[in-house]
Design a protein around this ligand. Structure first.
Ligand code: NAD
Length: 444
Protein backbone atom coordinates (compact mmCIF):
# COMPACT_ATOMS: atom_id res chain seq x y z
CA UNK A 1 0.00 0.00 0.00
CA UNK A 2 1.00 3.64 -0.36
CA UNK A 3 1.17 5.55 2.92
CA UNK A 4 2.45 8.84 4.23
CA UNK A 5 3.68 9.64 7.72
CA UNK A 6 3.33 13.30 8.72
CA UNK A 7 5.89 14.21 11.39
CA UNK A 8 9.17 12.27 11.37
CA UNK A 9 10.49 12.53 14.91
CA UNK A 10 11.09 9.58 17.25
CA UNK A 11 7.65 8.17 16.51
CA UNK A 12 7.18 9.16 12.87
CA UNK A 13 10.61 8.28 11.47
CA UNK A 14 10.40 4.88 13.13
CA UNK A 15 6.85 4.38 11.93
CA UNK A 16 7.73 5.36 8.35
CA UNK A 17 10.74 3.04 8.24
CA UNK A 18 8.83 0.15 9.80
CA UNK A 19 5.83 0.56 7.48
CA UNK A 20 8.27 0.34 4.56
CA UNK A 21 9.82 -2.72 6.21
CA UNK A 22 6.37 -4.30 6.06
CA UNK A 23 6.48 -3.79 2.28
CA UNK A 24 4.51 -0.56 1.92
CA UNK A 25 5.54 2.45 -0.18
CA UNK A 26 6.04 5.22 2.34
CA UNK A 27 6.56 8.96 2.12
CA UNK A 28 7.63 10.65 5.35
CA UNK A 29 6.89 14.37 5.71
CA UNK A 30 8.42 16.76 8.18
CA UNK A 31 8.60 20.55 8.35
CA UNK A 32 12.19 20.33 9.64
CA UNK A 33 14.34 20.51 6.49
CA UNK A 34 17.51 19.34 8.28
CA UNK A 35 15.76 16.28 9.62
CA UNK A 36 14.38 15.43 6.19
CA UNK A 37 17.79 15.91 4.54
CA UNK A 38 19.35 13.49 7.02
CA UNK A 39 16.58 10.91 6.75
CA UNK A 40 16.82 11.00 2.94
CA UNK A 41 20.40 9.77 3.10
CA UNK A 42 19.69 7.18 5.79
CA UNK A 43 21.08 9.20 8.66
CA UNK A 44 18.80 8.99 11.70
CA UNK A 45 18.46 12.41 13.35
CA UNK A 46 18.34 10.73 16.77
CA UNK A 47 19.78 7.60 18.33
CA UNK A 48 17.51 4.58 18.16
CA UNK A 49 19.01 1.08 18.13
CA UNK A 50 18.37 -0.77 14.86
CA UNK A 51 16.56 2.10 13.17
CA UNK A 52 19.33 3.14 10.78
CA UNK A 53 19.49 -0.40 9.34
CA UNK A 54 15.75 -0.45 8.66
CA UNK A 55 15.89 3.07 7.29
CA UNK A 56 18.79 2.40 4.90
CA UNK A 57 17.45 -0.95 3.76
CA UNK A 58 14.13 0.58 2.74
CA UNK A 59 15.62 3.73 1.21
CA UNK A 60 17.79 1.49 -1.01
CA UNK A 61 14.82 -0.68 -1.88
CA UNK A 62 13.01 2.47 -3.05
CA UNK A 63 10.11 1.90 -0.64
CA UNK A 64 10.87 4.90 1.55
CA UNK A 65 11.16 8.60 0.74
CA UNK A 66 11.10 11.83 2.71
CA UNK A 67 9.98 15.35 1.89
CA UNK A 68 9.16 18.68 3.49
CA UNK A 69 6.35 19.26 1.00
CA UNK A 70 2.92 18.27 2.25
CA UNK A 71 1.55 18.66 -1.30
CA UNK A 72 3.60 15.62 -2.27
CA UNK A 73 1.97 13.71 0.56
CA UNK A 74 -1.51 14.62 -0.59
CA UNK A 75 -0.76 13.31 -4.08
CA UNK A 76 1.27 10.29 -2.96
CA UNK A 77 -1.24 8.21 -1.01
CA UNK A 78 -4.76 8.01 0.34
CA UNK A 79 -3.70 6.87 3.82
CA UNK A 80 -1.85 9.31 6.07
CA UNK A 81 -0.45 8.64 9.54
CA UNK A 82 -0.11 11.65 11.80
CA UNK A 83 2.84 11.55 14.22
CA UNK A 84 3.65 15.17 15.02
CA UNK A 85 4.56 16.31 18.51
CA UNK A 86 2.05 17.08 21.27
CA UNK A 87 4.18 18.76 23.95
CA UNK A 88 3.04 20.26 27.22
CA UNK A 89 1.80 23.83 26.87
CA UNK A 90 4.27 26.48 27.91
CA UNK A 91 1.83 27.72 30.53
CA UNK A 92 -0.08 25.06 32.38
CA UNK A 93 -0.48 21.30 32.28
CA UNK A 94 -2.54 21.09 29.09
CA UNK A 95 -1.33 19.63 25.79
CA UNK A 96 -0.23 21.96 22.99
CA UNK A 97 -2.21 20.72 20.01
CA UNK A 98 -0.80 23.41 17.72
CA UNK A 99 1.37 20.99 15.71
CA UNK A 100 -1.47 18.51 15.18
CA UNK A 101 -3.83 21.29 14.11
CA UNK A 102 -1.25 22.82 11.78
CA UNK A 103 -0.54 19.44 10.17
CA UNK A 104 -4.24 18.75 9.64
CA UNK A 105 -4.85 22.29 8.36
CA UNK A 106 -2.04 21.93 5.84
CA UNK A 107 -3.00 18.47 4.59
CA UNK A 108 -6.81 18.47 4.53
CA UNK A 109 -7.53 21.09 1.82
CA UNK A 110 -5.05 19.37 -0.51
CA UNK A 111 -6.73 15.97 -0.43
CA UNK A 112 -8.88 14.90 -3.37
CA UNK A 113 -11.09 11.81 -3.38
CA UNK A 114 -11.30 9.34 -0.48
CA UNK A 115 -8.61 9.52 2.22
CA UNK A 116 -7.99 8.04 5.64
CA UNK A 117 -6.01 10.02 8.22
CA UNK A 118 -4.82 7.91 11.16
CA UNK A 119 -3.68 9.86 14.22
CA UNK A 120 -0.83 8.24 16.14
CA UNK A 121 0.23 11.15 18.33
CA UNK A 122 -0.77 11.05 21.99
CA UNK A 123 -3.68 13.46 22.43
CA UNK A 124 -6.21 14.41 25.10
CA UNK A 125 -9.57 12.70 24.88
CA UNK A 126 -11.88 14.63 22.58
CA UNK A 127 -9.13 15.69 20.17
CA UNK A 128 -10.16 13.41 17.30
CA UNK A 129 -13.77 14.61 17.50
CA UNK A 130 -12.63 18.25 17.43
CA UNK A 131 -10.17 17.63 14.59
CA UNK A 132 -12.83 15.85 12.53
CA UNK A 133 -14.98 18.99 12.75
CA UNK A 134 -12.02 21.15 11.79
CA UNK A 135 -11.26 18.88 8.83
CA UNK A 136 -14.87 18.84 7.67
CA UNK A 137 -14.69 22.61 7.14
CA UNK A 138 -11.43 22.31 5.15
CA UNK A 139 -12.35 19.29 3.01
CA UNK A 140 -12.54 19.98 -0.72
CA UNK A 141 -16.02 19.57 -2.21
CA UNK A 142 -16.58 15.99 -3.39
CA UNK A 143 -13.77 14.57 -1.27
CA UNK A 144 -14.31 12.32 1.74
CA UNK A 145 -11.78 12.18 4.57
CA UNK A 146 -12.13 9.76 7.45
CA UNK A 147 -10.22 10.32 10.69
CA UNK A 148 -9.22 7.40 12.90
CA UNK A 149 -6.99 7.31 15.98
CA UNK A 150 -4.47 4.55 16.59
CA UNK A 151 -2.24 5.54 19.51
CA UNK A 152 1.40 4.49 19.52
CA UNK A 153 2.94 2.57 22.42
CA UNK A 154 6.56 2.26 21.29
CA UNK A 155 9.36 2.71 23.81
CA UNK A 156 12.43 4.70 22.81
CA UNK A 157 15.35 2.28 22.78
CA UNK A 158 13.03 -0.48 21.50
CA UNK A 159 11.12 1.54 18.94
CA UNK A 160 11.69 -0.72 15.92
CA UNK A 161 10.87 -3.89 17.82
CA UNK A 162 7.80 -2.30 19.41
CA UNK A 163 6.51 -1.05 16.05
CA UNK A 164 7.00 -4.37 14.28
CA UNK A 165 5.97 -6.54 17.24
CA UNK A 166 3.50 -4.46 19.23
CA UNK A 167 1.71 -5.81 22.30
CA UNK A 168 -1.56 -4.68 20.73
CA UNK A 169 -3.06 -2.45 18.06
CA UNK A 170 -5.78 -0.02 19.01
CA UNK A 171 -8.00 1.65 16.46
CA UNK A 172 -10.57 4.27 17.36
CA UNK A 173 -13.11 5.47 14.83
CA UNK A 174 -16.01 7.90 14.74
CA UNK A 175 -18.75 6.26 16.83
CA UNK A 176 -21.38 8.05 14.76
CA UNK A 177 -20.44 6.78 11.33
CA UNK A 178 -21.61 3.57 9.76
CA UNK A 179 -19.34 4.01 6.74
CA UNK A 180 -15.89 3.56 8.26
CA UNK A 181 -13.29 1.97 6.03
CA UNK A 182 -10.56 2.41 8.65
CA UNK A 183 -10.74 -1.11 10.08
CA UNK A 184 -10.42 -2.75 6.68
CA UNK A 185 -7.53 -0.49 5.63
CA UNK A 186 -5.67 -0.85 8.93
CA UNK A 187 -6.13 -4.64 8.79
CA UNK A 188 -4.52 -4.57 5.35
CA UNK A 189 -1.64 -2.33 6.46
CA UNK A 190 -0.86 -4.46 9.49
CA UNK A 191 -1.76 -7.87 8.03
CA UNK A 192 1.73 -9.35 8.64
CA UNK A 193 1.64 -8.18 12.23
CA UNK A 194 -1.97 -9.19 12.87
CA UNK A 195 -1.33 -12.64 11.42
CA UNK A 196 1.02 -13.29 14.36
CA UNK A 197 -1.94 -13.02 16.72
CA UNK A 198 -1.37 -9.48 17.99
CA UNK A 199 -4.58 -8.33 19.73
CA UNK A 200 -6.49 -5.77 17.66
CA UNK A 201 -8.82 -3.59 19.70
CA UNK A 202 -11.41 -1.69 17.66
CA UNK A 203 -13.19 1.03 19.52
CA UNK A 204 -14.36 4.64 19.35
CA UNK A 205 -12.15 7.73 19.19
CA UNK A 206 -12.49 8.65 22.86
CA UNK A 207 -11.61 5.19 24.16
CA UNK A 208 -8.60 4.92 21.85
CA UNK A 209 -7.31 8.32 23.01
CA UNK A 210 -7.84 7.37 26.64
CA UNK A 211 -6.14 3.96 26.27
CA UNK A 212 -2.83 5.64 25.56
CA UNK A 213 -2.86 8.22 28.35
CA UNK A 214 -4.24 5.65 30.82
CA UNK A 215 -1.41 3.24 29.98
CA UNK A 216 1.17 5.95 30.58
CA UNK A 217 -0.57 7.11 33.74
CA UNK A 218 -0.49 3.54 35.05
CA UNK A 219 3.22 3.13 34.30
CA UNK A 220 4.02 6.49 35.90
CA UNK A 221 1.98 5.51 38.95
CA UNK A 222 3.86 2.24 39.30
CA UNK A 223 7.22 4.06 39.25
CA UNK A 224 6.07 6.72 41.71
CA UNK A 225 4.55 4.04 43.95
CA UNK A 226 7.89 2.30 44.40
CA UNK A 227 9.66 5.63 44.83
CA UNK A 228 7.18 6.62 47.55
CA UNK A 229 7.81 3.27 49.25
CA UNK A 230 11.55 3.87 48.88
CA UNK A 231 11.15 7.04 50.96
CA UNK A 232 9.77 4.88 53.78
CA UNK A 233 12.55 2.35 53.26
CA UNK A 234 15.05 5.18 53.50
CA UNK A 235 13.50 6.38 56.76
CA UNK A 236 13.66 2.97 58.42
CA UNK A 237 16.76 1.46 56.77
CA UNK A 238 14.88 -1.13 54.69
CA UNK A 239 15.98 -2.23 51.21
CA UNK A 240 13.51 -1.13 48.53
CA UNK A 241 15.22 -3.24 45.83
CA UNK A 242 14.66 -6.47 47.78
CA UNK A 243 11.13 -5.27 48.53
CA UNK A 244 10.47 -4.66 44.83
CA UNK A 245 11.78 -8.14 43.97
CA UNK A 246 9.53 -9.66 46.60
CA UNK A 247 6.33 -7.88 45.59
CA UNK A 248 7.21 -8.21 41.90
CA UNK A 249 7.05 -12.00 42.19
CA UNK A 250 3.32 -11.57 42.62
CA UNK A 251 2.04 -12.04 39.07
CA UNK A 252 -0.72 -9.52 39.69
CA UNK A 253 1.95 -6.89 40.35
CA UNK A 254 4.95 -7.88 38.19
CA UNK A 255 8.53 -6.69 38.64
CA UNK A 256 8.76 -4.29 35.70
CA UNK A 257 8.51 -0.54 36.34
CA UNK A 258 9.28 -1.16 40.03
CA UNK A 259 12.83 0.17 40.02
CA UNK A 260 13.21 2.82 42.67
CA UNK A 261 15.54 5.64 41.74
CA UNK A 262 15.58 8.97 40.05
CA UNK A 263 12.15 8.50 38.55
CA UNK A 264 10.71 8.96 35.10
CA UNK A 265 11.26 11.64 32.48
CA UNK A 266 11.36 11.94 28.71
CA UNK A 267 9.02 13.37 26.13
CA UNK A 268 6.03 11.23 27.13
CA UNK A 269 5.25 10.17 30.72
CA UNK A 270 5.57 13.55 32.46
CA UNK A 271 3.64 15.56 29.86
CA UNK A 272 1.11 12.77 29.30
CA UNK A 273 0.07 12.56 32.95
CA UNK A 274 -0.10 16.35 33.16
CA UNK A 275 -2.18 16.50 30.00
CA UNK A 276 -4.47 13.83 31.45
CA UNK A 277 -4.88 15.84 34.67
CA UNK A 278 -5.67 18.99 32.66
CA UNK A 279 -8.23 17.18 30.51
CA UNK A 280 -9.88 15.66 33.58
CA UNK A 281 -10.30 19.20 34.93
CA UNK A 282 -11.84 20.34 31.66
CA UNK A 283 -14.42 17.54 31.63
CA UNK A 284 -15.35 18.16 35.26
CA UNK A 285 -13.58 15.08 36.65
CA UNK A 286 -10.90 16.86 38.68
CA UNK A 287 -11.29 14.50 41.65
CA UNK A 288 -10.78 11.38 39.55
CA UNK A 289 -7.18 12.08 38.65
CA UNK A 290 -6.10 13.99 41.75
CA UNK A 291 -3.77 11.13 42.62
CA UNK A 292 -1.82 11.79 39.41
CA UNK A 293 -0.74 15.15 40.82
CA UNK A 294 0.85 13.20 43.66
CA UNK A 295 2.43 10.76 41.18
CA UNK A 296 3.99 13.76 39.45
CA UNK A 297 5.05 15.36 42.75
CA UNK A 298 6.69 12.15 44.04
CA UNK A 299 8.57 11.92 40.76
CA UNK A 300 9.82 15.50 40.84
CA UNK A 301 10.82 15.09 44.50
CA UNK A 302 13.26 12.33 43.51
CA UNK A 303 15.41 14.81 41.64
CA UNK A 304 15.80 17.11 44.64
CA UNK A 305 16.32 14.09 46.91
CA UNK A 306 19.14 13.01 44.63
CA UNK A 307 20.79 16.43 44.79
CA UNK A 308 20.47 16.38 48.60
CA UNK A 309 22.03 12.93 48.68
CA UNK A 310 24.98 14.10 46.59
CA UNK A 311 25.43 17.07 48.92
CA UNK A 312 25.30 14.74 51.92
CA UNK A 313 27.86 12.43 50.30
CA UNK A 314 30.10 15.46 49.72
CA UNK A 315 30.00 16.38 53.39
CA UNK A 316 26.88 18.54 53.40
CA UNK A 317 27.51 20.90 50.50
CA UNK A 318 28.48 20.70 46.83
CA UNK A 319 29.72 24.31 46.60
CA UNK A 320 33.10 24.16 44.88
CA UNK A 321 32.98 20.38 44.47
CA UNK A 322 33.80 18.66 41.19
CA UNK A 323 30.94 16.32 40.33
CA UNK A 324 30.93 13.83 37.45
CA UNK A 325 27.43 13.02 36.23
CA UNK A 326 27.31 9.80 34.22
CA UNK A 327 24.22 9.84 32.03
CA UNK A 328 22.17 12.66 30.52
CA UNK A 329 19.50 10.83 28.50
CA UNK A 330 16.22 10.24 30.28
CA UNK A 331 16.86 6.53 29.95
CA UNK A 332 19.51 4.23 28.47
CA UNK A 333 19.55 3.37 24.75
CA UNK A 334 18.20 6.81 23.90
CA UNK A 335 19.64 10.25 23.19
CA UNK A 336 16.41 11.94 24.27
CA UNK A 337 16.99 14.54 26.98
CA UNK A 338 13.46 15.95 27.13
CA UNK A 339 12.60 16.36 30.82
CA UNK A 340 15.56 14.17 31.71
CA UNK A 341 15.98 13.52 35.46
CA UNK A 342 19.73 13.11 34.90
CA UNK A 343 20.15 16.54 33.35
CA UNK A 344 17.84 18.12 35.88
CA UNK A 345 20.06 16.79 38.68
CA UNK A 346 23.20 17.96 36.87
CA UNK A 347 21.65 21.42 36.46
CA UNK A 348 20.57 21.60 40.12
CA UNK A 349 24.08 20.60 41.26
CA UNK A 350 25.56 23.37 39.10
CA UNK A 351 23.09 25.86 40.58
CA UNK A 352 24.27 24.86 44.04
CA UNK A 353 27.80 25.78 43.07
CA UNK A 354 29.32 22.48 41.94
CA UNK A 355 31.51 22.16 38.84
CA UNK A 356 29.60 19.53 36.92
CA UNK A 357 31.01 17.43 34.08
CA UNK A 358 28.54 15.26 32.22
CA UNK A 359 29.17 12.22 30.08
CA UNK A 360 26.54 10.32 28.12
CA UNK A 361 27.34 7.75 25.42
CA UNK A 362 24.72 9.17 23.02
CA UNK A 363 23.02 12.23 24.46
CA UNK A 364 25.89 14.69 24.96
CA UNK A 365 25.04 16.75 21.86
CA UNK A 366 21.37 17.13 22.78
CA UNK A 367 22.38 17.91 26.38
CA UNK A 368 24.78 20.62 25.26
CA UNK A 369 21.98 22.32 23.38
CA UNK A 370 19.69 22.21 26.41
CA UNK A 371 22.24 22.80 29.19
CA UNK A 372 25.16 24.67 27.60
CA UNK A 373 26.35 25.86 31.02
CA UNK A 374 27.54 22.36 32.00
CA UNK A 375 30.89 20.83 30.99
CA UNK A 376 30.87 17.72 28.84
CA UNK A 377 33.38 14.90 28.58
CA UNK A 378 33.91 12.37 25.84
CA UNK A 379 34.23 9.37 28.17
CA UNK A 380 33.24 8.34 31.67
CA UNK A 381 36.86 8.35 32.76
CA UNK A 382 37.37 11.89 31.43
CA UNK A 383 34.24 13.11 33.25
CA UNK A 384 35.58 11.59 36.47
CA UNK A 385 38.97 13.33 36.36
CA UNK A 386 39.50 15.11 39.69
CA UNK A 387 35.86 14.43 40.68
CA UNK A 388 34.98 14.65 44.35
CA UNK A 389 31.92 12.51 43.67
CA UNK A 390 30.56 10.44 40.78
CA UNK A 391 26.82 10.34 40.14
CA UNK A 392 25.25 7.59 38.03
CA UNK A 393 22.10 9.21 36.68
CA UNK A 394 21.17 7.03 33.68
CA UNK A 395 21.63 3.27 33.79
CA UNK A 396 23.56 2.80 30.54
CA UNK A 397 25.10 -0.70 30.45
CA UNK A 398 28.59 0.80 30.27
CA UNK A 399 28.06 2.47 33.65
CA UNK A 400 26.35 -0.54 35.21
CA UNK A 401 29.28 -2.76 34.19
CA UNK A 402 32.02 -0.23 34.81
CA UNK A 403 34.77 -1.61 37.05
CA UNK A 404 35.80 0.77 39.86
CA UNK A 405 39.42 0.41 38.68
CA UNK A 406 38.50 2.25 35.46
CA UNK A 407 38.05 5.49 37.40
CA UNK A 408 39.58 4.92 40.85
CA UNK A 409 42.88 6.57 39.96
CA UNK A 410 41.48 9.62 38.18
CA UNK A 411 39.02 10.82 40.83
CA UNK A 412 39.87 13.07 43.77
CA UNK A 413 37.38 11.37 46.07
CA UNK A 414 36.14 7.79 45.86
CA UNK A 415 32.47 8.60 46.38
CA UNK A 416 29.79 7.17 44.12
CA UNK A 417 26.09 7.98 44.24
CA UNK A 418 23.86 5.51 42.44
CA UNK A 419 20.75 7.31 41.17
CA UNK A 420 19.38 4.21 39.51
CA UNK A 421 20.24 1.53 42.07
CA UNK A 422 21.95 -0.28 39.24
CA UNK A 423 25.45 -0.83 40.62
CA UNK A 424 26.74 -3.61 42.82
CA UNK A 425 27.51 -1.84 46.11
CA UNK A 426 29.91 -4.50 47.34
CA UNK A 427 32.11 -4.23 44.25
CA UNK A 428 32.49 -0.51 44.84
CA UNK A 429 33.02 -0.82 48.58
CA UNK A 430 35.62 -3.55 48.04
CA UNK A 431 37.49 -1.14 45.76
CA UNK A 432 37.60 1.44 48.54
CA UNK A 433 34.69 3.60 47.45
CA UNK A 434 31.95 5.13 49.59
CA UNK A 435 28.74 3.96 47.93
CA UNK A 436 25.38 5.75 48.31
CA UNK A 437 22.11 4.84 46.63
CA UNK A 438 18.98 6.93 46.25
CA UNK A 439 16.08 5.24 48.00
CA UNK A 440 18.01 3.99 50.97
CA UNK A 441 20.57 1.30 51.69
CA UNK A 442 21.14 -1.48 49.22
CA UNK A 443 22.09 -4.90 50.48
CA UNK A 444 24.97 -6.28 48.44
P1 NAD B 1 9.29 14.59 18.05
O1 NAD B 1 9.34 15.97 18.56
O2 NAD B 1 10.52 13.75 18.06
O3 NAD B 1 8.73 14.59 16.56
C1 NAD B 1 7.71 15.40 16.11
C2 NAD B 1 8.03 15.77 14.66
O4 NAD B 1 6.92 16.41 14.06
C3 NAD B 1 9.22 16.74 14.53
O5 NAD B 1 10.20 16.18 13.69
C4 NAD B 1 8.59 18.00 13.92
O6 NAD B 1 9.48 18.70 13.07
C5 NAD B 1 7.42 17.39 13.17
N1 NAD B 1 6.36 18.33 12.84
C6 NAD B 1 5.80 19.30 13.61
N2 NAD B 1 4.81 19.93 12.93
C7 NAD B 1 4.72 19.33 11.72
C8 NAD B 1 3.89 19.50 10.59
N3 NAD B 1 2.92 20.44 10.58
N4 NAD B 1 4.08 18.71 9.53
C9 NAD B 1 5.05 17.78 9.51
N5 NAD B 1 5.87 17.56 10.56
C10 NAD B 1 5.71 18.32 11.66
O7 NAD B 1 8.15 13.89 18.88
P2 NAD B 1 7.91 12.30 19.10
O8 NAD B 1 8.64 11.85 20.31
O9 NAD B 1 8.09 11.60 17.83
O10 NAD B 1 6.36 12.33 19.49
C11 NAD B 1 5.36 12.51 18.52
C12 NAD B 1 4.05 12.06 19.13
O11 NAD B 1 4.13 10.67 19.43
C13 NAD B 1 3.69 12.73 20.46
O12 NAD B 1 2.31 12.88 20.53
C14 NAD B 1 4.17 11.73 21.49
O13 NAD B 1 3.49 11.87 22.71
C15 NAD B 1 3.80 10.44 20.79
N6 NAD B 1 4.56 9.27 21.22
C16 NAD B 1 5.93 9.34 21.33
C17 NAD B 1 6.63 8.22 21.72
C18 NAD B 1 8.12 8.29 21.94
O14 NAD B 1 8.66 7.36 22.55
N7 NAD B 1 8.80 9.32 21.48
C19 NAD B 1 5.96 7.01 22.00
C20 NAD B 1 4.57 6.97 21.82
C21 NAD B 1 3.88 8.10 21.44
Amino acid sequence: MKLTVIGCGYLGATHAACMAELGHDVLGVDTDADKVARLKVGDTPFFEPGLSDVLRRNLSAGRLQFTTDVREAAAFASVHFLGVGTPQQRRGYGVDLGYVEAAVDALTPLLRGDHLVIGKSTVPVGTAAALAQRMAVLTAPGSRIELAWSPEFLREGFAVEDTLEPDRLVLGTDPDTAESTAEQIVTEIYCDILSTGVPFIRTDWATAELVKVSANAFLATKISFINAVSEICEAVGADVSTLADAIGHDKRIGRRFLNAGLGFGGGCLPKDIRGFIARADEVGATQSLRFLREVDAINTRRRTAMVDLVAHACGGDVLGANIAVLGAAFKPESDDVRDSPALNVAGQLALRGASVTVFDPKASQNSQRMYPMLAYATSAAEACEQADAVVVATEWAEFVHMAPEEISDVVRGRVIIDGRRCLDPQTWRDAGWRYHAIGGPMRA
